[in-house]
Ligand binder design. Sequence first.
Ligand code: ADP
Length: 620
Amino acid sequence: MLPQELTPWQALRRSLRLVAQAAPRELRRLAYINLITGIGPSISLLLSKIVIDEVTAYLKQGSTDPPMEVLLGNSLLLWSVAIALGVNLIVDSVDAIGTNLFASLRDRVEGFVRGKVLDKVSYFDDIALFEMPELLNLLELTEKGLARVQRLSFIVAATFVGVFTFIPSVLVSASIGWWVPLVLVVSATPSIFVEMRHHRKSWRVEETQSSVSRKMGIYSKAITSPDFAKEIRLFSLQDVLLDRWQGLFETLFSNMEQVRREGTLTVMAWSLLGGLGVAAPYIFVVLGVLNRTFTVGDLALYTGIILQLRRSLFILIAHTGDLYDVSLATAPIFQLLDLEPQLVSGSQRVLPSGSDRAHQGIQFQQVGFRYPGTDQPAVLENLTFHIQPGEMVALVGENGAGKTTLAKLLVRLYDPTVGQILWHGQDLKTLDLTALRSRIAVVMQDYARFPATLRENVGWGKMADLQDDDAIHTVLQEAGIAYLTDTLKHGLETPLGRQLENGIDLSGGQWQRVAIARALMRLHQAELLVFDEPTAALDPKNEHEIYRIFRSIAQGRMAVVVSHRLALAKLCDRIIVLEHGQILEAGTHDELMAQQGRYHSMFTRQASSYRDEPLYSSVG
Ligand code: ADP
């Protein structure tokens, strides 16, 4: 599932296609406008030549007629002046339209591309996108690419100006001598390539540094995020985090600076050659005027046109270099859009119900798992067990034993590397993901705190019932937070989370109960409940109550509870003890206690520290 390499040329072609798709109308209009603003100055120069030649011819005659009469009497002069003024007026006024059009083009393109990326990311079923460093780097580079897409719009617009100014300039300058445009173009061309090479180099640095800039992002987010604010202050961690960020910034900056310095020097050196290219035709025209092969009007025209040709070449060169840079930067966008998830939905929409008893429930068959992109040993190995319909299974074990990973496989956030998981006899991979997930209610360890209202935080558990107040009140009641609708100022419509305007933050335990309420919303359609460390944020009294809620909602359903608190495990029908990704012990609480193995020692150790709790009180 690693990103495929893309050549800058491919990226450029695809970026331009995106621009054309995003804003075809703006692009067409911008082309017309830039045609006018591009050709306008050449026409003006031609007309100025005529005006100067007519005026000098008149002055040479030594006539003393009143100026206005001369102007009105010479129709060539009169029309040239009138048209030159008209052209200037038109160019100036359409310039304003161009600026607006460019702004719409830029916004449309950015919105279009960002929308495509967001769509891809949100429907990317494979959670590895958020857990594999390579893919996280790709996300980071994509974000940078998106910022440069704006630049692409600018380049496209500027290229129009460049081309439309360049063509008439070449034609007019060729009338001095056929070699003039040739000298100008040839002398300027090397700097195009130098500039392109420079951009490629600086992009390579940026690309190799993407993990550095991602780390910078992590530290800057830690410094600015409310999640860390308290502890950073209480433990005085400001300097540690700032130093790390600063250190990374210095590394990134000095690498970029070096490339930039080298680039500027070479580009400057080659620009000198371009300067010489301008000097030759310029001197040629001045000499031509002095020995009367050219008129004074020609001198004005050619001086203007040489500078204009040079300017349009410069626009084209600068933007060709930029174009290369932008196509390198946008490549990650297409790499992301092309990324194929390893985990793909199956096609079977109607989930099996298990025709014979032996196949009912969920079966793990020699399941092994290794996180993609890591070379660490397998996290889970050779797991074979069966969750019967209606059975509540506890997964217990030390930290890092693989419990959460197993829960992730169960809800198909990942696929096993080896072996298979059967849902009523059928491989999970063959089932439609949305259909499968609608049958599973999950409370994750790192449950989401959506920046949304209380209603949405709960109702998003079952979109169809989002507006069903009774359903929402019922689950809030079951999760033990019915009182929130009275205490929060706007009841169900109260925005949760401080990042929202007027948002109210809840306590960790309350947020956890909101997550539970969300899972409860889909309870009646859920066949499997998965609770990953559901009581981590709760005090013992609340913990006890949550156990009771789980026990009652799990009635008649398959349930898997990951917990290192064994009081909950005790309530389950069966307990699986994991160690280093393998099953060490399995059985009921009583069986495992009788075995006097790992579970027994873990339970006794915990019970002694919670002796007064009712759940442990039977243990002596
Ligand atoms: P538990 O829930 O039992 O504490 P986990 O399932 O979270 O254990 O982790 C099991 C092992 O997998 C640990 O060694 C952990 O470092 C590793 N691990 C967990 N998540 C990832 C991940 N996204 N990428 C790579 N390794 C991971």
